[in-house]
Ligand binder design. Structure first.
Ligand SMILES: N[C@@H](CCC(=O)N[C@@H](CS)C(=O)NCC(=O)O)C(=O)O
Length: 247
C-alpha cells in the first residue's frame, strides 16, 4: 500500500499517464488519488497549487517530497522502489543508453503532437491557420517517421540481439520480436513515451501508414500496467478525433 503518496491527475493527459503506469509497474497501489478535470479548471484549485505552483497536472507527492515533473516522478519511483514490482532500467549499457536517449527524444515527440493538436483550440480565428498547420504537420510527420525507423531497427535487434553482443543464441533468434522501445524488456522509455504514441493514434494517425509504430501501439495496449490505466474517457469515446489523419 502506498498511503503516503498523493497523485492528482487528469485522464487522457500523457504526463499524468506516465506516472500512473510507473506506479502500477512498481506495484504501488492504494495511494491517495483524485482525478481532476482540466476542462473544469480544477488544475488551478488550491489543492493543486499547494503541490504544483504552476497549476499543472500531474501533481505528485510522496510524504513531504514533491515531484511534479512526470519524468522526475518516474525516475524517482524506479530508484526508490528498485526491488519492488518490475525493474524498469536495463542492466545492459547499450539498452540503458538507448532508454535514456529515447525518453528524452520523447519530449520532442510529445511537444510536436501537442503543438498541432492544440493549435485550432488556441487560434480559432487565425487567418494563417492553414499554413501554420501544414508546417506543424510536416514537422510531426518527420518526427513520426523517425520513430517508425527506430522501432523497425529495435524490433530487428530484439530478434537478433544488440550489435555489440557477441552471442547470438538460437533461442534469441527464434524468439518473437519484442516490440519494446529500447530492448528486450519493458523500461522507463516505454513508461514515458507510450502515452504520446497512444495519443498519436487516438488523434487519428493512420495505423497502416506506420506499421512498426502500429505494432508497438497494439502490442503494448494489452500490457497490464497500460491496460489498467488506459484513459477512461478514451474508452468511452474510442474514436477520438481526427486531427492527425494527414500525418
Ligand atoms: N512538465 C510537466 C507538464 C505537465 C503538463 O503539461 N500538464 C498539462 C496536462 S497534459 C496541464 O496541466 N495543463 C494545464 C495548464 O498548463 O494549464 C510534466 O511532464 O509533468
Amino acid at each position: 500500500m502506498a498511503k503516503n503518496m498523493t497523485l492528482l491527475w487528469h485522464s487522457g493527459s500523457a504526463p499524468c499517464w506516465r506516472v500512473l503506469i510507473a506506479l502500477e509497474e512498481k506495484n504501488l497501489r492504494g495511494y491517495n488519488q483524485q482525478r481532476l478535470s482540466i476542462y473544469k479548471m480544477q488544475h488551478r484549485s488550491q489543492e493543486v497549487l499547494e503541490i504544483n505552483p504552476r497549476g499543472q497536472l500531474p501533481a505528485f507527492k510522496h510524504g513531504n517530497l514533491i515531484l511534479n515533473e512526470s519524468y522526475a516522478a518516474c525516475f524517482y519511483l524506479e530508484s526508490q522502489f528498485r526491488k519492488q514490482g518490475n525493474k524498469l532500467m536495463p542492466d545492459c549499457p547499450a539498452e540503458l543508453a538507448m532508454m535514456y536517449q529515447r525518453m528524452f527524444e520523447g519530449i520532442t515527440l510529445y511537444h510536436k503532437i501537442r503543438c498541432l493538436i492544440y493549435y485550432p483550440r488556441k487560434n480559432p480565428e487565425d487567418e494563417q491557420e492553414n499554413n501554420a498547420v501544414r508546417i506543424m504537420e510536416k514537422a510531426l510527420r518527420e518526427e513520426v517517421n523517425l520513430w517508425e525507423g527506430y522501432l523497425k531497427k529495435v524490433m530487428k535487434m530484439n530478434t537478433f540481439g544488440y550489435e555489440d553482443q557477441f552471442v547470438l543464441t538460437l533461442t534469441s533468434a527464434l524468439q518473437e520480436p519484442k516490440p519494446f522501445l529500447t530492448g528486450q524488456t519493458f523500461s522507463l522509455s516505454d513508461v514515458t513515451v507510450y502515452p504520446a504514441m497512444a495519443l498519436l493514434f487516438y488523434a487519428g494517425l493512420p495505423l497502416e501508414r506506420y506499421p512498426k509504430l502500429g505494432e508497438y501501439y497494439t502490442h503494448l495496449k494489452g500490457w497490464p500496467s497500460i491496460k489498467t490505466t488506459w484513459p477512461q474517457n478514451w474508452l468511452k469515446n474510442p474514436e477520438g478525433h481526427h486531427l492527425l489523419k494527414h500525418i
